[in-house]
Design a protein around this ligand. Structure first.
Ligand code: FAD
Length: 371
């Protein structure tokens, strides 16, 4: 007989939600993670009372009441509303694109004035019927000013390629809001867990055995022998030994810095939209929890090419990768005892609410209940 009912590879959000449900169903679980800590990309580290989002800013938002109620069992959420700023050539603008942004760009005051201005800017690009790349697509949708100020440099830094070389589907639509409203997300529920995300993951996996610093691939046969079923949230290409090739990623690196001032930028998130500024944003963590410490911690976020020493962050959604992914998914079907879940095994970008929903769905199939 096996020691455990389930082995869960990856102690990120997906693995933790599944584990929580499994323990609740009375199952014996072992959850392992190759990192030095649990939490995956949600991991927050409490540094002198400031919860630092070590793998990038995470703001919880959802319109799904069931998911909101679920996550609220594990933390109290504050009323943080994400309203990032954009810095371009030393001037600040509100995001997402709304009446404040249009006023800052052009001085337009009413929705009618702003719409007329945008229509005038787009008219020049009416001749583009089939945009061949991201630049043409964006110019057609919003014209020169919005494109050059906010989209071009930022996107080129993010993807490490010129906008004329990027496929247009990276930006499906450009949301333009004709009200004075800087709330970045459209969702009904939004907030930051008081105390950070790590305690949420800790309480989710309570009752399971946990091993960190433990790479599944270094001892695959051993881990396979421990339980009849597995939840795998690592990379799907790695699971199959990269036999159809590597799936590509864009990566990020963060430079964290403590400053002996109480407030650096007066906001949690400030984007830097010029191409020549090498980072895409500066996060000031204390503002997520309305901190009043006499010092502050800021993180600069630099996009870069993925290499084996960096973290895989964003899947590259192009044809080559999709074809390869399809082949791995086909192979995965033969593994009836393994559920491949989460952002790395699905090779997709999922927000936290989507991740929870997907993990609950897997649990529901296994245990036929949800609490
Ligand atoms: P992960 O968190 O990556 O967890 C997978 C875990 O598996 C990792 O801990 C990894 O170490 C482990 N693992 C991998 N391979 C192995 C192995 N071989 N052996 C053992 N362990 C292994 N979502 C929002 O809703 N709001 C936001 O504001 C938001 N901001 C984001 C910002 C950034 C920069 C990024 C990249 C994502 C953001 N997200 C946000 C999305 C959010 O991070 C994901 O929804 C969530 O982290 C997915 O959880 P996961 O468990 O699938 O993956």
């Amino acid at each position: 007989d096996s020691i455990y009912d389930y082995i869960i590879v990856g102690a990120g959000l997906f693995g933790a939600v599944f584990t929580q449900q499994a323990v609740k169903a009375g199952k014996k679980c072992l959850i392992i993670d190759k990192r030095r800590q649990i939490g995956g990309n949600l991991y927050t580290e409490n540094i002198d009372s400031i919860n630092v989002h070590k793998y990038g800013a995470h703001i919880f938002h959802t319109s799904n009441r069931e998911i909101w109620n679920y996550i609220n069992q594990f933390a109290d959420f504050n009323n943080f509303i994400n309203s990032p700023l954009a810095n371009y050539n030393g001037k600040l603008y509100n995001l997402p694109f709304n009446m404040n942004t249009f006023y800052q760009l052009w001085g337009t005051q009413t929705p009618l004035e702003a719409k007329a201005k945008i229509a005038e800017q787009c008219k020049k690009y009416d001749y583009i019927t089939h945009p061949a790349n991201l630049e043409e697509h964006a110019l057609k949708m919003c014209g020169d000013d919005i494109y050059n100020t906010f989209i071009k440099g930022y996107t080129e830094k993010q993807w490490g390629r010129r906008a004329t070389e990027l496929p247009s589907f990276i930006i499906k639509r450009i949301p333009l809001r004709f009200v004075y409203n800087n709330n970045y997300f459209n969702d009904t529920y939004q907030g930051i867990p008081v105390g950070g995300y790590t305690p949420i993951i800790e309480s989710m996996i309570k009752g399971a055995e946990v091993q960190i610093n433990t790479d599944y691939f270094e001892n695959k046969t051993y881990f396979d022998s421990l339980a009849p079923k597995m939840i795998f949230t690592g990379r799907i290409d790695e699971f199959f030994d990269f036999k159809f090739g590597k799936l590509e990623y864009r990566s990020l690196h963060f430079e964290h810095e403590r400053l002996e001032i109480n407030d650096f930028q007066g906001n949690a998130v400030v984007n830097y939209n010029e191409f020549d500024v090498p980072f895409t944003r500066i996060i000031e963590h204390k503002h997520f929890e309305f901190g009043t410490q006499p010092f502050t911690i800021v993180s600069k976020e630099f996009p870069n090419e993925y290499s084996k020493d960096s973290e895989p962050y964003y899947p590259v959604n192009d044809e080559r990768n999709h074809t390869i992914l399809g082949k791995y998914k086909e192979l995965a079907k033969a593994y009836g005892n393994i559920s491949f879940g989460g952002r790395l095994a699905q090779y997709a970008y999922f927000d936290m609410d989507d991740t929870i929903e997907a993990a609950l769905e897997v649990a529901r199939k296994e245990f036929k209940f949800i609490k």
